[in-house]
Design a protein around this ligand. Structure first.
Ligand code: ADP
Length: 317
C-alpha cells in the first residue's frame, strides 16, 4: 500500500438504480475521501432520476410518454446514450436494441408475471428500431409506432459507472472501484496490487453472493456481467426461467447462455455488449468480441462450460 501514513480506504454501499452501488477508494485525506464516496452516490442518484423508466418525471419516462405525438428534443446526455445504443445495435446485428422495451415493459419480475403469447405477438412488431426516428442535427427523437417503448437498462449502469470514475479522477483520486450491480469499473490498482473482480456462479442461491467461479486481477478497466440469475423467476406453467435479458427477435428471455462478462475500457460499451453477447450466444458472441480491439469475454454456457475470447486464452506452447 502507498506509504502515506494518513491515507486510507473509504467504502460506501447504497441501493440505487434498483441495485447495489458499491464504492471503494483510496484517499490521503479524510474529508476528501468521504466527500468522494458521497459524490459518487449523488452521481448515481442523478442518473437514476434522469433515466429510470419507473420515475414518471425522468427524461426517459417523458420520452416514452410523448415521442409518438411529436418529436422530442433530447438532452445532450440522452442524445449521447441514444447514439451509443444505436452504434451497439449496428455492431451486434440488433441483439442490443433499446426498443426491446416495447415487449419488455410487460414483464414484471417482482410479481413473476410474463406477457401472454398473444400479447407478445401483438407487440413484437413494435419492437423494431426502424420505428425510432432520430434527427441528428435537431437532436430530436420521434416514435413512428404507438406501441414502441425504449429503455436504457442495458447501458445506464455502465454509463453511470463511467461518470463516477471521471468524477473521481477530477477529484484527484487515483485508486478506486465503483460498481452498480453487474457493472464495475476500476481506476488504477488496489495499492500496488490489481483489483480482484469475481464472476459469480450463475446457479448459486441469491444470498450466497460471494460464491465466485473466476477471479480476474484487473487495473483501469470496465467489467460488465449479464446473468440470467439477476432478475428472474421460474414460470409455474412452463417451468422456464423468465429473466430480464430479452431476445429482440422473439420478445422472450434469451436462453443460449447463463452469464456473459465483458472486459473493456468503458462501461458505456461493456454494459450493452454483455447484454448483446448474452442474446447472441457462445459462437456468435465470441466471434464478435474476437473481432473487436481491446475487448474480452467470458461466457458461461447452459451446461456451465466456460468459454473465453482469444485475448484471455493462454498463449499456445
Ligand atoms: P444490468 O446492467 O441491469 O445488471 P444487464 O447488463 O444484463 O443488466 O442488462 C440487462 C438489462 O438490459 C435489462 O434489465 C433490460 O433493462 C435491458 N435489456 C434487456 N434485453 C435487452 C436487449 N435485447 N437490448 C437492450 N437492452 C436490453
Amino acid at each position: 500500500l502507498p506509504l502515506n501514513a494518513w491515507a486510507q480506504w473509504f467504502e460506501g454501499s447504497e441501493n440505487i438504480m434498483g441495485t447495489q452501488v458499491v464504492v471503494s477508494l483510496w484517499s490521503p485525506s479524510d474529508a476528501k475521501g468521504s466527500a468522494a464516496v458521497a459524490g459518487v452516490m449523488d452521481i448515481m442518484r442523478g442518473v437514476d432520476n434522469r433515466l429510470s423508466p419507473y420515475k414518471e418525471s425522468s427524461e426517459l419516462a417523458q420520452l416514452n410518454a410523448r415521442a409518438f405525438k411529436a418529436p422530442v428534443v433530447l438532452s445532450t446526455e440522452m442524445a449521447f446514450l441514444y447514439e451509443q445504443s444505436q452504434a451497439m445495435y449496428a455492431l451486434t446485428d440488433g441483439a442490443f436494441d433499446i426498443a426491446y422495451a416495447s415487449v419488455g415493459k410487460l414483464y414484471n419480475y417482482r410479481e413473476k408475471k410474463a406477457p401472454s403469447k398473444a400479447d407478445i405477438e401483438r407487440l413484437l412488431p413494435a419492437l423494431n428500431t426502424a420505428h425510432l426516428s432520430f434527427d441528428n442535427s435537431a437532436k430530436t427523437l420521434q416514435f413512428l409506432n404507438a406501441d414502441v417503448a425504449i429503455d436504457l437498462g442495458g447501458i445506464a449502469k455502465g454509463y453511470a459507472v463511467d461518470l463516477a470514475i471521471t468524477y473521481l479522477r477530477e477529484q484527484g483520486i487515483q485508486n478506486a472501484y465503483v460498481s452498480a450491480g453487474g457493472d464495475s469499473r476500476v481506476l488504477g490498482d488496489r495499492g500496488g496490487r490489481p483489483w480482484l473482480i469475481g464472476i459469480k456462479n450463475p446457479r448459486m442461491q441469491k444470498d450466497d453472493d460471494k460464491e465466485t467461479v473466476i477471479t480476474l486481477p484487473l487495473e483501469d478497466v470496465a467489467v460488465s456481467t449479464s446473468g440470467d440469475y439477476e432478475r428472474f423467476f421460474i414460470d409455474s406453467v412452463s417451468g422456464q426461467r423468465i429473466h430480464h435479458i430479452i431476445n429482440p427477435k422473439t420478445g422472450r428471455s434469451a436462453s443460449e447462455v447463463m452469464s456473459v462478462t465483458i472486459i473493456g475500457g468503458e462501461g458505456v460499451r461493456t454494459d450493452p455488449l454483455s447484454t448483446a453477447v448474452f442474446v447472441l450466444g457462445v459462437q456468435k458472441g465470441i466471434n464478435l468480441v474476437n473481432k473487436l480491439q481491446n475487448y474480452d469475454a467470458i461466457i458461461i454456457d447452459r451446461a456451465g462450460q466456460v468459454h473465453y475470447s482469444n485475448g484471455l486464452m493462454p498463449p499456445a506452447s
